[in-house]
Write a protein that binds this ligand. Structure first.
Ligand SMILES: [Zn+2]
Length: 463
């Protein structure tokens, strides 16, 4: 049956709400729908024009970049090229952890900026800022990419995500109405999954009839395996958007087989929002290039245009805290040639990145590692980077690279761990100087050798 309510919010409520909030995101969205079909050359010109404005802004309004750019010989008004720009030293997570205040814009008062927190893709917590307008362009870009997967403003979506604060916070009346009319989501909180909750979520989905599912890759793979083993049929979907974790080929195959709908993989991070996502061709991910300049730092020995290397991001729109050549700590390569969909946006293939596994509580509850990067690590002071390792169901080893400037308190983290895992969990701490990548270049935030009981069947994957 057609979802009439879906058409109503999209055409009527969303524009009204946008006008009432003086929110320009729908205008920005229309502009992005046009610019995605510019040629590759036109898009590079657009990026360079925005970049020159941003660099001059960062030089003028932030002490950190004033000093860093001066050292590279930059002067305001310089007509530098993209190749010149690649000579600017990369901004690291540690730079932001240590120089947050010097990185913030002086053009706006601090209380006008929006503070944000992330556990990062690698378990390194970060605080940073956006200016208010950046939230609008983030929203516009997210909707452009949602639409490629068949998810339009006002459509219903099933969501498997780890955000209990957002879910459990008592919503205002305005937020409730807005959610019902515009967001229309049904959420499975992946920071606390049991077999019973998955069964219940399946029944709710059958009644709710979402058009799409939006999920952490690992969480949806787990849900797909559960449905498969329980012999439950999922509701019909137009598309599935996976994000926040590496989508391994076997994840995609299982999810597409069980849900009988195409998977559109997405890559983004909290610092800059959406970075790239798949179109209907599924040949790599189109970069959100009007908002994000993405460079690949190739190893000295391999300078081929499509060689893999470290991903370096410049957020072309955030004035609150300019991210100039930000080392996001993922690896990828650029794909050559045009995409059959006709979009001129360049394409990225992720090579290696974050891997997070589910951890298991002593009572058998599953806790999403991706959720914990946000809910546990980002909210514990004094952590530079962290890794969680589970060898046995009632033991959790926590490795913390401590921040020397801010005291780390074991008790704070212990209490948070109990919130997710219960007080039966035995916790031990280790304090290494660094947490290395694996040989393939991946950071592993959470590692578990424990398989929950309901997946211990001869067909179940894993150990
Ligand atoms: Zn395409």
């Amino acid at each position: 049956m057609a979802d009439f309510f879906g058409a109503f919010p999209r055409h009527v409520v969303a524009p009204l709400w946008a006008a009432k909030d003086r929110s320009p995101y729908l205008r920005l969205l229309r502009e992005l729908e046009r610019t995605q079909y510019l040629t590759g050359e036109e898009i590079r010109e657009l990026q360079l024009a925005k970049l020159r404005i941003l660099v001059e802004y960062a030089y003028t309004h932030t002490p950190f970049y004033r000093e860093r750019l001066t050292r590279t010989g930059y002067r305001p008004g310089d007509c530098f090229t993209l190749a010149d720009y690649a000579g600017l030293p990369a901004l690291t997570k540690q730079d932001i952890q240590e120089h947050l205040d010097a990185l913030r814009t002086r053009e706006m008062p601090r209380d006008k900026l929006i503070a944000n927190l992330t556990g990062g893709s690698t378990g390194s917590p970060l605080k940073f800022y956006h200016d208010p307008l950046r939230l609008e362009s983030r929203k516009a870009a997210t909707w452009r990419h949602n639409q490629w997967a068949g998810y339009r403003i006002g459509d219903k979506a099933g969501v498997l995500w780890g955000m209990p604060r957002d879910i459990n916070a008592k919503p205002s009346l305005k937020a409730t109405i807005r959610k019902r009319l515009l967001d229309r989501t049904l959420v499975l909180d992946t920071s606390s999954i049991t077999e019973e909750k998955m069964r219940e979520f399946h029944a709710q989905l059958q009644r709710f009839r979402p058009r799409v599912i939006l999920a952490y890759a690992n969480s949806l793979y787990l849900f797909a395996r559960f449905l498969d083993q329980a012999g439950l049929t999922p509701p019909p979907l137009v598309g599935i958007i996976t994000s926040a974790e590496i989508l391994f080929p076997e994840y995609r195959q299982t999810i597409e087989r069980v849900f009988e709908a195409p998977v559109f993989d997405r890559y983004g991070c909290r610092e800059v929002s959406i970075i790239a996502s798949e179109c209907a061709e599924h040949q790599g991910m189109h970069i959100n290039a009007e908002n994000i300049l993405l460079e690949i730092e190739r190893p000295a020995g391999n300078q081929q245009p499509d060689a893999p290397g470290e991903i370096i991001i410049t957020d072309l729109e955030n004035r609150g805290l300019p991210f100039l050549r930000y080392r996001v700590e993922d690896m990828g390569r650029l794909l050559e040639g045009p995409c059959a969909c006709g979009r001129g946006l360049p394409r990225l293939e992720l090579a290696a990145g974050r891997t997070t596994e589910f951890l298991v509580s002593p009572s058998g509850k599953l806790v999403s590692g991706a959720a914990l990067t946000v809910l546990l690590v980002a909210q514990t002071p004094g952590v530079r980077q962290a890794q969680l390792v589970q060898e046995r169901q009632d033991e959790l080893q926590i490795r913390v690279v401590r921040d020397d400037n801010i005291g780390f308190d074991e008790q704070i983290m212990r209490r948070k761990v109990f919130e997710f895992f219960g007080e039966q969990m035995k916790i031990s701490f280790e304090y290494p100087d660094a947490i290395p990548r694996t040989a393939s270049g991946k950071y592993r935030f959470s590692i578990s050798r424990v398989t929950p009981e309901f997946l211990r069947s001869p067909h179940a994957h894993g150990n």
